[in-house]
Design a protein around this ligand. Structure first.
Ligand SMILES: Cc1ncc(COP(=O)(O)O)c(C=O)c1O
Length: 375
């Protein structure tokens, strides 16, 4: 079991009853987002041919690749958190964060909309396209000499020193309120499907693949599903890059732990260190399973979504955006996951949901991937 690329959990379904819970329960994110001029629900598309090919009943993709023109869903979280922060402290002028790309761009965009300033810290190796996308939103960007955790430490140090407002999307023991606002902002896209596959009393899907970085987004999803459906919630599978699998490591060791891999993956948004405290508390009790995949599955997923099967709509997915679908492909095609596939009861009746959380945020790499012939 130790070396397997997955973990099968026995979730209790219990949700923490703390400050985070209060913030989530009182989230009015959808109302807030609807008040923004750029707001539009993201499309939900069905891949009928792909479902036939992969042997399941249906595959739905919630496509976030054009959300707010930022090419990722993260604007939902940052904009709502900054709105909540300014409600309490309208005089704040400077926001700060660490990011591997999408969250930083979202913070910079949200600050710019309000004529505020943003400072963003990024890990070494961040691609030029992702750095420039944040600068283009008017933020100051510094690439630190270290990994994602080093960028987080630098953002905190600079915020403490200069009196900037830190808007970090990962929670630690003494920093949980703002990550909870960010997570509460993500609820908007789950609610957007309440007139289709998220209607009551049971969801129109059986299994959801959730790609995880620090875990705030998959945990927001898990909280939503547990809160809305209780024991009727769909099965939730966490997907991470093999070399940065903090949740898989945590599940296997039974406690929140840093990943042991070498952090080499093109899935930049998922290339994080230790899971967020809040996310771990939620996901340990709600996730059905956790799996780790190599980049080759992500590349295959990007090509499949881009090419479209038969008449299926084509979807532009970036490296992290394709993570959930890549997890599903690995489950179907890689024998290492045979036991997990069986445990999840995947069959011709299964209805699958994935979120394409990101479009081509690194266009050059995207082109490279779609031009490759599978080896
Ligand atoms: C495109 C994309 N998808 C998913 C995630 C995962 O979100 P989280 O870090 O909250 O787990 C990220 C995080 O940056 C991301 O950029």
């Amino acid at each position: 079991m130790e070396n397997t690329a997955y973990y099968i959990n026995e979730p209790s379904g219990e949700l923490p009853q703390d400050l985070t819970h209060q913030i989530f329960s009182s989230s009015d994110a959808r109302k807030f987002h609807s008040s923004l001029a750029q707001y539009k629900p993201s499309p939900l598309v069905e891949l009928k041919e792909a479902a036939k090919e992969l042997g399941v009943k249906s595959i739905f993709v919630k496509d976030e690749s054009r959300r707010f023109g930022l090419k990722a869903f993260k604007g939902l979280g940052a904009s709502y958190a900054i709105h909540r922060i300014l409600e309490e402290n309208p005089e704040i002028d400077i926001f700060c964060t660490a990011t591997d790309g999408n969250h930083g761009r979202a913070v910079a965009w949200s600050a710019r909309m309000l004529d505020k300033k943003a400072y963003v810290f990024m890990p070494a190796g961040s691609t030029t396209a992702r750095v420039e996308a944040i600068r283009n939103e008017g933020a100051e960007v510094e690439v630190v000499d270290g990994n994602y955790e080093a960028a987080c430490a630098r953002a905190k140090e600079m915020s403490d020193r200069n009196g900037w407002q830190l808007v970090q999307d990962t929670a630690t023991e003494d920093y949980e309120e703002i990550p909870a606002y960010i997570m509460a902002g993500y609820f908007t896209h789950f609610k957007e499907m309440e007139d289709s596959i998220h209607s009551l009393p049971e969801p129109g899907i059986d299994i959801v693949f959730l790609q995880a970085g620090v875990g705030s987004w998959p945990a927001a999803a898990a909280w939503y599903y547990q809160n809305r459906y209780g024991k009727n919630r769909p099965q939730l599978v966490i997907v991470e890059p093999a070399e940065a699998a903090g949740f898989l490591t945590s599940f296997k060791s039974g406690k929140r732990s840093s990943p042991s891999g070498n952090s080499k993956t093109m899935m930049a948004g998922l290339n994080c260190g230790i899971p967020s405290t809040t996310a771990w508390e939620i996901l340990r009790n709600t996730a059905t399973a956790s799996m780790a995949i190599e980049d080759s599955f992500m590349e295959q997923a990007i090509r499949m979504l881009h090419n479209g099967q038969g008449d299926d709509p084509r979807v532009e997915a970036g490296e992290s955006g394709a993570g959930g679908f890549a997890g599903f492909l690995a489950l179907i095609n890689d024998n290492r996951f045979a036991e997990l596939k069986e445990a999840l009861g995947i069959s011709a009746k299964t209805r699958v949901l994935v979120y394409n959380t990101e479009g081509a945020t690194d266009p050059q790499n995207f082109q490279k991937i779609i031009n490759q012939t599978p080896g």
